[in-house]
Design a protein around this ligand. Sequence first.
Ligand SMILES: C[S@@+](CC[C@H](N)C(=O)[O-])C[C@H]1O[C@@H](n2cnc3c(N)ncnc32)[C@H](O)[C@@H]1O
Length: 221
Amino acid sequence: MSFSTEWEDCYKAKRQVNNWPFTDLISTYYQYARLEKGAPILEMGFGTAPNATFFNTIGLNYHGIEGSESAVTYATKKYPELKDRLALADFTKEIPFDKKFKLIFDRGSLSHNSSKALERCAELIYDHLTDDGVFIGIDWFSSSSDLVDKGVYKSKDKRTMTQMHEGCAANLGEVHFSDKMDLMEIFHKFKFIMITHKIINHEYPLPAHKDARWDFVIHKS
Ligand SMILES: C[S@@+](CC[C@H](N)C(=O)[O-])C[C@H]1O[C@@H](n2cnc3c(N)ncnc32)[C@H](O)[C@@H]1O
C-alpha cells in the first residue's frame, strides 16, 4: 500500500467510525445517477462503509475498495453478505474487480492522494466504467479552504500537503487541494456534467474558519 498508513492507525484507534450516509452524496445520486435495482456500483475508499447502508437499502449491487485493513474488517463484520465485494487495495494502483460499473463514486477519499496517484486513479476509473457510466466525486478539498496552509507541501507536488496539523485532515496523510482547472485536468478524458464549490463559514465554536470543498459529476462519454 503506498498511501498513508495514518488511515489504518485512525481506524485501529476507532476514530472516524461513521455509520450514517453522507447527505450530499445521496442528493447528488438522485439528481444525476438514478439506477435500476441490481446495477453494479463501486465506492472508492469506503471507510467504515456508512454509504453502503444507503445503496444496499435501495437495492444496488454495491462494491467497495478500501486501503485500511481495520476499516475493511469493520465493514465486513457489519455487512457479511458483501464479503466478496469489499476489497482491501490501493485504488490508485488497481481496481481488483473483473467487471465494469454503472456508477463509481468517492466521498472524501480520492483527495487523500497525491497528484500523480490521482492521475493514475482517473485512468483506472475510466477503464472500469461502462460506456454510459457516471462518476460522482463528493467533498474534494478545495484550494480556497483555510486548511490549505496547515501542512507541508509534498516535494514537487504543489497541490498535495502532508503533515497536516489542524482541522479534519490532521494526521491523515496526504491531502490534495484542487481548484476547478485541477479537477478538469485530472478527469480530462471525461465530460463534466456538474461542478459545485461548497464554501461553508464555520462561525462557532472558535476559531471561525472557512471550509471549501468540491462536488462534481462526470460522464465517461
Ligand atoms: C475521509 S475517509 C471517507 C470514508 C467514506 N468514504 C465516508 O464517506 O465516510 C477516506 C477513506 O479513503 C481511504 N483511502 C484514501 N486513499 C486511499 C487509497 N489510495 N486506496 C484505498 N483507500 C484509500 C482511507 O483509508 C479512508 O478510509
